[in-house]
Design a protein around this ligand. Structure first.
Ligand code: ADP
Ligand code: 5GP
Length: 209
């Protein structure tokens, strides 16, 4: 059975990166997709781990080659998900998390891929402001820009399947794990377990016994 694709969005500073890293550390079947970006690395970020840090020219070449499953311009930089990386992992049966903005999520909706869409919420706008500032990685202009975009991002919440509150990280992680578990029980033609009861290719038609 193919893996499940999980899209996680939410305003900058909500804790998407923190929650996704914890999810992937705790669940070996879960792969956090590494995006390509043209923004400069922050202190402590590692190339090929946090992001693939590429030049704008290299990013544009990849766009022309159709290498991206989705891509967008966010806060003045380009970000994109490499198609091959995601498809390979899903085909191997791994679940894949895409931590992407709302424009990217819309492109996945328009694609042929099935995905679960989760919107991560901060406890309040005041706490969001504290988290963006407290992260200590962005200058005043980047902080202002990210907070100003939060309202626009929030307006997209209605397009998502689930809203998860990130009041504390372990609780948010548990909620997302529960969502993924439920999704794995959803009836699908390629469910391994169904081959115990139905002839291959005839699920729903001819029981074996
Ligand atoms: P995002 O990826 O959504 O931009 P980050 O994961 O970088 O957000 O988190 C922003 C800041 O908030 C970081 O300093 C992180 O340690 C902190 N943070 C994340 N989740 C929580 C939480 N539940 N409670 C308190 N602080 C948090
Ligand atoms: P940051 O610069 O804080 O790491 O990320 C800024 C924003 O870009 C976040 O909203 C994040 O979700 C989004 N982002 C990160 N990677 C991708 C990607 O591959 N595609 C899209 N569309 N957005 C991304």
């Amino acid at each position: 059975m193919k893996g499940v694709l999980i899209v996680i969005s939410g305003p900058s500073g909500t804790g998407k990166g923190t929650v996704c890293q914890n999810l992937c550390k705790l669940n070996p079947n879960l792969h956090c997709s590494v995006s390509v970006t043209t923004r400069a690395p922050r202190l402590g970020e590692k190339d090929h781990e946090s992001y693939f840090f590429f030049s704008e020219n290299r990013f544009r070449d990849l766009v022309e080659q159709g290498a991206f499953l989705e891509w967008a311009s966010v806060y003045g930089n380009y970000y994109g998900t490499l198609r091959q990386q995601v498809e390979e992992k899903l085909d191997k049966g791994l679940d894949v998390i895409l931590e992407i903005d709302t424009q990217g999520a819309e492109q996945i909706r328009q694609s042929s891929l099935d995905a679960i869409y989760i919107f991560l919420l901060p406890p309040s706008m005041e706490e969001l402001w504290r988290r963006i500032k407290g992260r200590g990685t962005d200058g005043p202009e980047a902080i202002r820009q990210r907070f100003a975009s939060a309202r626009k991002e929030l307006e997209e919440i209605w397009k998502y399947d689930y809203a998860v509150l990130n009041e504390n990280v372990p609780e948010a992680v548990k909620s997302i794990e529960a969502i993924i578990s439920a999704e794995k029980c959803r009836i699908r033609k390629d469910m391994d377990i169904l081959s115990r009861y139905f002839k291959e290719g005839e699920q729903g038609d001819l029981p074996l016994y």
